[in-house]
Write a protein that binds this ligand. Structure first.
Ligand SMILES: CC(C)(COP(=O)(O)OP(=O)(O)OC[C@H]1O[C@@H](n2cnc3c(N)ncnc32)[C@H](O)[C@@H]1OP(=O)(O)O)[C@@H](O)C(=O)NCCC(=O)NCCS
Length: 323
C-alpha cells in the first residue's frame, strides 16, 4: 500500500523574542503567574514585514533544503492557518507563488490549533488517493495580530511562527512497521464554539476580530478529548503507549500536556515540550516542536511518533507516524 513518508522538515520564527517579563509592562501579569499556569517563558512576535505567508515560505524553504528537493518536486501545498495574510486568496497559494511554483495546487485548512493534525491527515489522503506524490504540509500563524493586547487572560498565551513537513508517497507493506502516516483520527464539535473563538470575520462584522477564550472551560475538556483520539489511534493500529517513542503534542499549556501524558501512561521523557520557547503558536506548534526534537537528535528514523492537538471549535485529532 502507499504510505505518506516524512521526507523533510523546517521551521521559521520571527526575529523578535518576547519574554514574560516584557509583558509585565503591557498587562497586569507576572512571569511567575505565566510560568506556573502555562509553562510559557517566551514567545516570538512577528514584526513589520513578517506575515503568516513569509514565515510559512521560510519554513517551506528550510524543509525543501533538508530534503534536497526544489519547489519543482512538490505537487501540492497545504497550509494550516487561522491567521491568513488575506481573507483570500489562500495563504497556501501565496506561498506557492513566493516559491516560484506555477504547477500543482495549493489550499488552506482551517481547524485552529488542530490545523496541523488535520492537514497531515488530509495530505495523507491525497497521497494515498493518488492525487499528489509530494505534499508540503505547513502550519503557519501570526496570532499576535488577532490578540486583544488589553486582555491578560489571552494575550500572554500565544506566539507566532511556522513549521513545515514534506510528505512523500512510498510503497509500504501495510503493517505498523511501515514508515509514514499509520493512522489519523479527527474530531470536531461545534457546540463548544463560544469557549474559544474570534469575535469578527468577513461575513459578520467585516473585521478581523480578536481572540476570545474561556480558558478554564477549554482546560476542562482538553485532556479528555486529547486522550480519546490518541486511544483511538492506538486501537486502530494495535499499539500501546509502551510502543511509542515520542508524543509530540500541540503546545498550548504544560499542564494540559502533562495531564494527557499521565492519563495515557506516557513517561515525561518521551514527551516533546517546547511551549516554554514558543508559547501557543496554534497550527504551527507541532511542526515547530518536531523541528526542535529532530534538530537535537531526539526523534530518529524509524521512531513511532504520536502527534495530537485540540483547539477552537472544538476540533481535535491525533496522527500516528513512523518516522
Ligand atoms: C488560561 C489558563 C492558563 C488560566 O489558568 P487558570 O488556572 O484556569 O486561571 P483562571 O482563569 O482560573 O484565573 C485565575 C486568576 O488569575 C487571573 N489571571 C488571568 N490571567 C492572568 C495573567 N495573565 N496574569 C495574572 N493573573 C491572571 C484571573 O483573573 C484569576 O483571578 P481571580 O481569581 O482574581 O479572578 C488556563 O485556564 C488554561 O491554560 N486554559 C486552557 C487554555 C488553552 O490552552 N487554550 C488554547 C487551546 S488550543
Amino acid at each position: 500500500m502507499i504510505r505518506s513518508v516524512v521526507r523533510g522538515y523546517g521551521a521559521a520564527l520571527p526575529k523578535r523574542v518576547v519574554a514574560n517579563r516584557e509583558l509585565e509592562g503591557i498587562v497586569e501579569t507576572s512571569d511567575e503567574w505565566i510560568v506556573q499556569r502555562t509553562g510559557i517563558r517566551q514567545r516570538y512576535i512577528a514584526g513589520e514585514g513578517e506575515t503568516t505567508a513569509s514565515l510559512g515560505e521560510a519554513a517551506a524553504r528550510a524543509a525543501l533544503d533538508k530534503a534536497g528537493l526544489t519547489p519543482d518536486d512538490i505537487d501540492m501545498i497545504l497550509v494550516a492557518t487561522s491567521t491568513p495574510d488575506n481573507t483570500f486568496p489562500a495563504t497556501a497559494v501565496n506561498i506557492q507563488n513566493r516559491l516560484g511554483m506555477t504547477h500543482g495546487f495549493a489550499f488552506d485548512m482551517q481547524a485552529v490549533c488542530s490545523g496541523f493534525v488535520y492537514a497531515m491527515a488530509t495530505a495523507d489522503m491525497y497521497i494515498r488517493g493518488g492525487m499528489a506524490r509530494r505534499v508540503l504540509v505547513i502550519g503557519a500563524e501570526t496570532f499576535s495580530r488577532i490578540l486583544d493586547w488589553k486582555d491578560r487572560t489571552t494575550c500572554v498565551l500565544f506566539g507566532d511562527g511556522a513549521g513545515a513537513l514534506i510528505l512523500e508517497a512510498a510503497q509500504g507493506e501495510g503493517t505498523i512497521a511501515d514508515r509514514g502516516v499509520l493512522t489519523s483520527h479527527l474530531r470536531s464539535d461545534g457546540t463548544h464554539k463560544e469557549k474559544l473563538y474570534v469575535d469578527g470575520g468577513p461575513s459578520t462584522t467585516g473585521t478581523v476580530g480578536h481572540l476570545r477564550m474561556e480558558g478554564r472551560e477549554v482546560f476542562k475538556h482538553a485532556v479528555g478529548m486529547i486522550t480519546d483520539v490518541i486511544e483511538a489511534a492506538f486501537h486502530a493500529t494495535g499499539t500501546t503507549a509502551d510502543d511509542l517513542d515520542w508524543l509530540v503534542p500541540h503546545q498550548a499549556n504544560r499542564r494540559i500536556i502533562d495531564g494527557s501524558a499521565k492519563k495515557l501512561g506516557i513517561p515525561s521523557e518521551k514527551v516533546v515540550v517546547t511551549v516554554d520557547l514558543h508559547g501557543n503558536t496554534s497550527a504551527a506548534s507541532i511542526p515547530l516542536a518536531l523541528s526542535v526534537a529532530l534538530d537535537d537528535g531526539r526523534i530518529k528514523k524509524g521512531d513511532l511518533v504520536m502527534l495530537e492537538a485540540m483547539g477552537g471549535g472544538f476540533t481535535w485529532g491525533a496522527v500516528l507516524v513512523r518516522w
